[in-house]
Design a binder for this molecule. Structure first.
Ligand code: SF4
Length: 448
């Protein structure tokens, strides 16, 4: 049975990569793709099972599509992704409208499994995650940027995190397969490669017996073309001199690092089973800023971790005020069954979590504004991604802005092309975004 497939992707950029491969595999088998679920014969939901709010969103989406199936057009409703991997045994029982649940290690088999689903429920979730994708089949979501997943799984055992249970232990792709993929993406017009994994800085630990992200990056910067490489999800312990040397010496690698730190109170860091204490974290940030001047650092914190006291939270606020990160994301702690932290007492009430979340983000908003004001009058390189005919403004991002999570740069310009790098002089600064004018004569250069 061939037909039309709609694929809904929830969760993180790593899930998006999986969906892009799944779309390629489906199209290769002769199915049509639609973004309109009402027109689809088959609806696939690539779910997220990381924390409570994400799980709820996945379940709500499945139930919403189940209602659509009852109305008739959709004949097959299939769930894949992390919620399936985590709750594989209950999902089919709990949601009878589902025809199949396919785990994160089997989703690429999906096009061949469709025939098996006819008339009988299917549950396949045994396989560990594939990592060696067939790169030629990928359907890219974005025109000028792409996420490249370099590894799957995680060997770190943060006490609040269920990902190692879902994704298994750390498995790296080969340098050759990653390089081949980046070459193909760049030849197809991609201008920014975002390196992702649960922990990018442990890359190669299974293949080469030691963290080898610097070696991978050296292979990628050799690829011809004007494009940026951005490192996301760096784990603090593997950010060493070698890595900082490669970042500072390679124009292609943007001066940006995403390092989730989670907290700064030593007592909480210990309960989180995080690898560094507060002194070590502070030294690391100072070292990064010394070795790579002008680097933008993004980090993420969890507020309301079990037993977190006002004093612990105060330490976090003081740290954020003192170290003035360029970009900060925050999560309210989510009690995840099967994790050690879920058993800790007392759990922090939701109201307190929300109050601390709001306070932290308010303080960061002021810091971000001040940081942006320092950009006034400077000229920066911007990757131009879209144009707004109403405001007649181009929209892009600087090296300091990761896609989808950080700010944007709006600028005035003429004859600018999308998917190109331009020099932009900054004339206005907002909390998260910048405004400017393109520098003429136009120079299409990704790096100085
Ligand atoms: S490093 Fe990230 S994915 Fe791994 S256990 Fe910690 S929080 Fe989870």
């Amino acid at each position: 049975m061939k037909g039309t497939v709609a694929l809904i992707t929830l969760g993180c950029d790593k899930n998006l990569v999986d969906s892009e491969y799944l779309l390629g595999a489906i199209m290769e088998k002769g199915y049509l793709i639609t973004s309109d679920v009402r027109k689809a014969d088959i609806i696939i939901i690539n779910t997220c099972g990381f924390i409570r709010s994400a799980k709820q969103e996945s379940i709500n989406t499945i139930l919403e599509m189940a209602r659509l199936k009852q109305k008739g057009n959709c004949k097959l409703l299939i769930a894949t992704g992390c919620l399936v991997q985590r709750y594989r045994d209950v999902l089919l029982k709990e949601i009878p409208e589902l025809d199949a649940v396919i785990g994160t290690g089997d989703f690429l088999k999906f096009p061949d499994l469709i025939e098996q689903i006819k008339g009988s429920k299917l549950s396949i979730t045994e396989n560990q995650n594939v990592i060696n994708y067939d790169i030629k089949k990928r359907i890219n979501t974005f025109k000028y940027i792409s996420y490249v997943k370099i590894a799957e799984g995680c060997n770190n055992c943060c006490s609040y995190c269920a990902i190692p249970q879902i994704k298994g232990s750390y498995r790296s792709r080969t340098i050759e397969s990653i390089k081949e993929e980046v070459e193909l993406l760049v030849s197809n017009g991609i201008r920014e490669i975002n390196i992702v994994a649960q922990d990018t800085t442990s890359y190669g630990i299974d293949l080469f017996g030691k963290p080898s992200l610097p070696e991978l990056l050296k292979a990628l910067v050799d690829i011809k073309g004007e494009f940026w490489i951005r490192i996301l999800y760096a784990y603090p312990t593997n950010i060493d001199d070698k890595l900082l040397e490669v970042i500072s010496s390679s124009p292609k690698i943007v001066k940006y690092l995403d390092i989730p730190l989670q907290h700064i109170s030593d007592r909480i860091l210990k309960l989180m089973n995080r690898p560094m204490n507060s002194e070590q974290i502070k030294k690391l940030i100072e070292k990064i800023r010394n070795r790579v001047p002008d680097i933008a650092i993004r980090t993420t914190f969890i507020v309301g971790f079990p037993t977190e006291s006002e004093e612990d939270f105060r330490k976090l606020i003081d740290f954020v005020k003192e170290y003035r990160f360029d970009r900060v994301g925050a999560f309210k702690y989510s009690q995840e069954e099967g994790t050690y932290a879920a058993s800790l007492k007392p759990q922090v009430p939701e109201k307190i979590k929300q109050k601390r979340f709001d306070q932290l983000m308010r303080i960061q908003q002021l810091i971000s504004k001040k940081n942006n004001e320092k950009m006034l009058g400077t000229t920066i390189t911007v990757l131009t991604e879209s144009y707004d005919p109403k405001s007649k403004l181009f929209i892009g991002r600087s090296q300091k802005d990761a896609p989808e999570v950080d700010g944007i740069v709006l600028f005035k310009g003429e004859k600018c092309e999308l998917g190109q790098f331009y020099k932009v002089k900054i004339t206005k600064a907002f909390e998260y975004d910048l405004f400017g004018e393109v520098v003429v004569p136009l120079e299409k250069k990704a790096f100085p």
